[in-house]
Design a protein around this ligand. Sequence first.
Ligand code: ZN
Length: 404
Amino acid sequence: MEQTWYREAVSQGWYEGPSSSVPQPASTSEDWYQLRDRGWRRSYVTQLTGGTRGLANMGNTCYMNAVLQCLMHCGMLAEVMLGSEDSTGLPVGIKPQPLTRAFTEALVEHWRSSHELAFRPQLIKSVMARSAPQFAGFEQQDAQEFLVFFLDALHEELNEVKDKAYKEIQDDENAQGAERARAWWAHYESLNQSVVKDIFVGQLCSRVTCSRCGHVSMVFDPFWSLSIPVPDEASCSLAACMHAFIAPENLSGENRFFCGRCRTHTDCMKQMTLSRCPDVIVVHLKRFQTRGASMQRTRSTRGSGFSKLATVVNFPLSDFDLRPFCAQGAHEDTYGYQEPLLYNLIGVVNHYGASGTHGHYTADCFEPRSDQWFHYDDSSVRALKAETMDQRSAYVMLFARATA
Ligand SMILES: [Zn+2]
């Protein structure tokens, strides 16, 4: 029996270790439901044994593995998915749906298992492929794009709001910025309620000032991931990239903006700031320069027209203060953030190679039980000294808000 399992595991690329340390077969979703029924899940937090398990590459799926490692190391998400007090671990009334089930299975495999067998996230891949066909094949994909698709899909499965009928935003253009930000957020929450939203969704304020009449127009949009510019320099700090992101930008020529007061297109000044910071903020460094501004890459442009910035971005491991990038001061209110807004790094997706659709992805994740960083390269896992993290390759970073 073990022999058969071992042969299959090796031939499928699930397991690369010696036969003397053949582990028990990985549990299936069915096993997981048995575990759940035995009440195992309740003791999740105290019974963690794993956390350093690799993920098998299923053919150019390193983009997916790197993202999944970061998300599985996101303690808040893992605890919500695994540690709930009720029998399902999910919000009351939520029936486990495909991606929730597949991700929970991966979490159980990751945190329960102490053996070295790399887990194969086949179920996640096939579920994602159904909703986003670009993830169906075996071509390299963009890790940030996958991360946002994944979180959004998980959120939609867990979304407790079923009535998606159009609702008007209760916005008063004469109100203070903070009040308007809350009105837009309330509108978003009236359509979106999930544990995934609670952890990951922030809000961006886009403020456009007409240069002719001074009229200010504001919109407040939710975001899953913050895409910030990287300068074409040898090195810079993450804070410098963030400052560039919130720097006022002149909109003129074909980018002119329609001013509601002038009733015509005028030159104007646009500024982005954070009006709401999530518990876990995903920061995406825009290292890939595309020829067009199109967000949706097509097959014809794939692999061509991209150049990558290998700028060393010095990022802090802890106490990264987001308050300087929040809407305040200029808006004559502080949006409620009076104190420093400190975040700690919990995971990094690295990209190696010259193009987003080629090359290789790995993850560096913080494992709180051992107070140690680990480097996850598909099925291979090794301890990592934080000071040796590769700041030239960091592509997507996850920061968790420090709790008081
Ligand atoms: Zn105007």
